[in-house]
Design a protein around this ligand. Structure first.
Ligand code: FE2
Length: 380
């Protein structure tokens, strides 16, 4: 449990505006509902370097589902598939394809977290419940957020097992070398037309978050497409949830494309932090992860824009890594192509060198790159 404490490396942006009725210690895990958890687990291990952690399925007494838990430093992923027709997981996959069901948040008091949020208007997903096995107990509760996504509150200070009660250690022969991913920097939600403010208000009112930054369609537009975005953050800055909505442009916004293929609001991307983006992206690319590319011209004037950086430009150009600067430092970032067949979820790799922002200076180059992908899919 102590391994989840990421204060020292997270450079959290303290957000004094936020209220502290819901203290959050970090992201506990992210659960994806997927069509074939066994094969998805292999992908996240072999391509992304996650390590096997825990398993629950027929062998542990479950009848209708199976879950594999993977970990890389402080990032935990749970991949869950149904074993029988019907039910909530099948319905979720049928509607959305593979996607994020739960963003679980690590708390000291799952009961209080539930009470504070539901009393402020959150819709209940899971009433507080204690789960127990020979390794101790965990209390969970949960609320709904945008689309069919939920937040689970995890209170685990009396638990010493590999993950949660009911899971056993998963120790396969196969292990892949990690890729240097450290923690979840932020998780982005895409919501429908005119729904961004509603969901930002939800995070403000129900969870005590405050707005960190806001981007309108003038910040985030190209000649053809646009979107709007606001970043909500909790008080200690460990949890950051940007919320995007589509905006009118001459062609179809990437957010609209997402909403169509995801069949509603959902998680668009997870941003995973590394301490060495060149090494991480080199490994990921060698193992088959596909990234968006920007034109070579991006690198011609990037240093004029961002000033001096520690890295050589050549490997950044070769890998397609983007650079941006704010008042406090700079950041390096890159985005994968969608990691699923539906053009829905992707992953961002980010290395912060002082900067606490989100790469605004890269939006235009990035969205032009996404438009080229949309055009190739016939969805621009
Ligand atoms: Fe991001």
């Amino acid at each position: 449990m102590a391994t989840l404490d990421n204060t020292s490396l997270h450079l959290p942006v303290e957000n004094p505006e936020a209220e502290d009725f819901l203290p959050l210690l970090g992201t506990d895990y992210v659960e994806l509902y997927v069509g074939n958890a066994k094969q998805a687990a292999h992908y996240y291990m072999s391509a992304w370097g996650f390590q096997p952690l825990a398993y629950a399925g027929l062998e542990t007494g479950l009848k209708d589902r199976v879950s594999y838990v993977l970990q890389q430093d402080k990032i935990r992923l749970v991949l869950t598939s149904p074993l029988k027709p019907g039910g909530e997981i099948n319905q979720h996959i049928n509607s959305h394809g593979d996607g994020v069901k739960a963003i679980a948040l690590w708390v000291d008091d799952a009961e209080k977290s539930y009470r504070e949020t539901t009393s402020r208007g959150a819709e209940s997903f899971l009433e507080p419940e204690t789960f127990e096995d020979e390794n101790g107990k965990v209390k969970l509760s949960g609320i709904h957020t945008y689309g069919e996504t939920v937040h689970i509150f995890v209170e685990r200070n009396e638990y010493n097992g590999p993950f949660l009660p009911g899971y056993r250690e998963w120790n396969p022969h196969y292990r892949a070398e990690d890729t240097g991913l450290r923690y979840i920097d932020h998780m982005v939600g895409n919501v429908g037309w005119n729904e961004m403010n509603k969901w930002c208000e939800f995070y403000a009112k129900v969870m005590g978050f405050a707005q960190l930054v806001s981007f309108d369609d003038k910040d985030i537009s190209t000649e053809y497409t646009a979107l709007m975005s606001k970043v909500m953050s909790n008080g200690n800055g460990r949890i950051k949830f940007p919320i995007n909505e589509p905006a009118e442009g001459r062609k179809k916004s990437q957010i609209e494309e997402y909403i169509e293929f995801y069949n509603g609001a959902g998680v668009q991307h997870m941003a995973l932090a590394t301490n060495n983006i060149i090494e991480t992206v080199t490994k990921l690319r060698d193992r088959g992860v596909e990234f968006l590319t920007v034109p070579a011209t991006y690198y011609e004037d990037v240093l004029d824009r961002v000033g001096e950086i520690d890295e050589d430009l050549a490997p950044l150009r070769e890998l397609g890594i983007l650079v941006d600067r704010d008042d406090e430092g700079y950041l390096l970032q890159i985005f994968t192509k969608p990691i699923l067949d539906r053009p829905t979820m992707f992953i961002e790799i980010i290395q912060r060198k002082g900067a606490k922002s989100f790469g605004k200076g890269n939006f235009k180059a990035l969205f032009e790159s996404i438009e080229r992908e949309q055009a190739s899919r016939g969805t621009l």
